[in-house]
Design a protein around this ligand. Structure first.
Ligand code: ATP
Length: 243
């Protein structure tokens, strides 16, 4: 199958060290890794933010050469920051994503935002504002979705709804989603594939159920599952396992 995204030798000085990645259409891939491991840097490099080195092909094209209108339907990027306080109506922000009137209405309905659509962004709750920013990215149905911590600030119901929605949308529309997320259990539950990052590199890549059971999780995060809960690896266990 032809990859929807092909990335070769992606680098950002001091942040990301030569990542190669191919994403198949119809798949949701979660990136996990500790703070500072390079998740945002990988998304930035694919989105062309920060003068990355390397080569990117999305759906057979170099996204750099595209007009803003075509690019909006090729690649959608949700930054981790949600502190937008522009004096702009929610509906107008969603419209900035390059979607049609019908697509905007559909995104507002799907993310249950119709009741806040004509309110100013700076007068929304943090979670409502997050959903508006997500609606902006999803509305034009870009082939490739790059989402940095999309479930941050969302209540438990919306965390589940959003991940279910993303999984269904990428499968139905043959999009590909690359999602940085800290919730390991959500990654395992919803992702088709999981990448683990450490020190600016992808150190594990595979089926979530296998990756989560691998020694990488213990080594990379310093946590392990015990009695159904994630717990810090105990120092005594560390000492026992070291030679
Ligand atoms: N604009 C920048 N210029 C230089 N270095 C940066 C920049 N942004 C981040 N870094 C550094 O690059 C490394 C990777 O950061 P990145 O933001 O990609 O990590 P992350 O995995 O997304 O972390 P988090 O979970 O905290 O969001 C970190 O050491 C960080 O300090």
């Amino acid at each position: 199958m032809t990859a929807l995204l092909e990335a070769h030798g992606l680098s950002l000085p001091g942040r990301l060290h030569g990542a190669d990645l191919a994403l198949a259409p119809g798949t949701l891939t979660c990136i996990v890794g500790p703070n500072g491991s390079g998740k945002t840097s990988l998304l930035h490099a694919i989105a062309g933010i920060g003068r990355p080195k390397g080569r990117i092909v999305v759906d057979g094209e170099d996204p750099d050469g595209l007009s803003p209108a075509r690019r909006a339907r090729m690649l959608g990027y949700l930054p981790a920051a949600r502190d937008l306080d522009w004096p702009l109506m929610a509906r107008d922000l969603v419209a900035l994503g390059g979607a049609s009137t019908e697509e905007i209405a559909d995104a507002l309905r799907t993310l249950d935002l119709e009741h806040v659509a004509d309110r100013r962004l700076d007068r929304l709750s943090t979670g409502e504002r997050s959903r508006v920013l997500i609606a902006r990215v999803l509305a034009p149905r870009p082939r490739l979705l790059l989402l940095d911590e999309p479930t941050a600030n969302l209540d438990p119901l919306w965390q589940i709804r959003l991940m279910e929605m993303l999984k269904a949308a990428v499968a139905a529309n043959r999009q590909a989603a690359l999602v940085a997320i800290h919730d390991l259990d959500a990654a395992v539950r919803f992702a088709d594939r999981m990448l683990v990052m450490k020190g600016g590199a992808i150190v594990a890549d595979g089926a979530p159920a296998e990756v989560i059971d691998s020694a990488h999780i213990r080594d990379v995060f310093g946590i392990e599952k015990s009695g159904g809960l994630w717990r810090p690896v105990s120092r005594s266990a560390d000492r026992r396992s070291s030679p």
